[in-house]
Design a protein around this ligand. Structure first.
Ligand SMILES: Nc1nc2c(c(CN[C@H]3C=C[C@H](O)[C@@H]3O)cn2[C@@H]2O[C@H](COP(=O)(O)O)[C@@H](O)[C@H]2O)c(=O)[nH]1
Length: 310
């Protein structure tokens, strides 16, 4: 059985090898690598200063709850990732028990809205609440209620942690069936590993012997940035759907190709950087650069899919 990160990489290559709505442009990759290979852009984790951090197990609980809810902000034009991260941080600073496993199992939509100080229903609010309950239930059943125990049981292996999370928590089991084959993307499970790595600076709960095996987090910002950079090319029909803010179905060929080709393209970028400059760059670093690039150009048209996975 391949490890979880191998599965994601094999999946991405398989889709990219037969995609028709999205194409990976190797000349685009060469151009981007040309511009960054001599000084790889380094973006600081939490450059926005919006995350809770106390260097202990409560930070792990915070990050797990954050990444359980870290998806689909776009339907509410005023809502974004920062509101979620900051809202959860302030709630936790006010009451250290808010993310206790038994509490997580009881939240209602209005209570979650109140926690985040959001004045109206959150997009996919019932799903967010259901996923909180799922996290609370399974943490209590299998990990003594603590996400820190989940992290401690992975033997400092990112791949093992992604496998543990995706086998215990169905909400994190980010996959699709593309042209008759199950493909794995595991975006929120992987970004949880990256958030631990970033928050704890690669030490303690953030220490992983195989952090280099993590791929980019296939969300809806990175594909838009890669298109902007000429790394991804969209078919004219897909381009017109995206550019007119029309929705794309969850699990559709277009959606899977957008996400899987993004993963594949960044792995190719990384290989090329290594071949041309000998530098071992982490995909986690490339991801943070690409994502921060994207959130700083709010007019960038990104694809809109109602998903609980990203
Ligand atoms: N690939 C990738 N996707 C990421 C992130 C992050 C935040 N990373 C934190 C960690 C360190 C930094 O300092 C950030 O604070 C969120 N997202 C995704 O973006 C979308 C939200 O977009 P908008 O609606 O504009 O807020 C949504 O799918 C969300 O899941 C990332 O790093 N990489």
């Amino acid at each position: 059985m391949k490890n979880a990160m191998e599965e994601v990489r094999v999946s991405a290559a398989w889709v990219a090898g037969r995609s028709s709505h999205v194409l990976v442009d190797s000349s685009g990759i060469e151009k981007v690598v040309e511009t960054i290979q001599d000084n790889i852009p380094k973006v600081e984790w939490d450059f926005e200063g919006i995350h809770y951090f106390d260097n202990g197990p409560l930070t792990v609980q915070y990050l797990f709850v954050l990444d359980a809810l870290n998806f689909c902000f776009w339907p509410d034009k005023d809502l974004n990732y920062d509101n979620l991260a900051l809202g959860l941080k302030e709630a936790l600073e006010k009451d250290k028990s808010v993310f206790d496993a038994d509490q997580l199992q009881k939240y209602t939509g209005p209570q979650l809205r109140k926690l985040l100080k959001w004045p109206r229903p959150l997009p996919l609010e019932d799903e967010r609440v259901r996923l909180l309950h799922e996290v609370g239930f399974e943490l209590e059943r299998s990990f003594g209620g603590k996400a820190s125990n989940l992290v401690e049981s992975c033997g400092k292996s990112a791949a093992k942690l992604v496998s543990l999370i995706t086998s215990h928590f169905p909400g994190f089991r980010d996959h699709a069936v593309y042209k008759g084959r199950q493909v794995f993307l595991y975006k929120r499970a992987q970004i949880f590993v990256a958030d631990l790595y970033g928050a704890f600076k690669g030490q303690g709960y953030g220490e992983f012997i195989d952090i280099s095996s993590i791929t980019i987090f296939a969300d809806y910002i990175v594909p838009a940035v890669l298109r902007q950079l000429g790394v991804l090319r969209y078919s004219s029909s897909l381009a017109s759907i995206v550019d007119t803010n029309n929705e794309i179905g969850s699990g559709s060929e277009e959606e899977v190709e957008l996400r899987a080709c993004s993963i594949y393209a960044v792995e190719k970028m990384r290989d090329l950087i290594r071949r041309k400059s000998g530098k071992q760059v982490l995909t986690v670093e490339l991801d943070l650069w690409l994502w921060s690039f994207g959130v700083q150009c709010p007019s960038l048209p990104y694809h809109r899919t109602l998903s609980i996975y990203y």
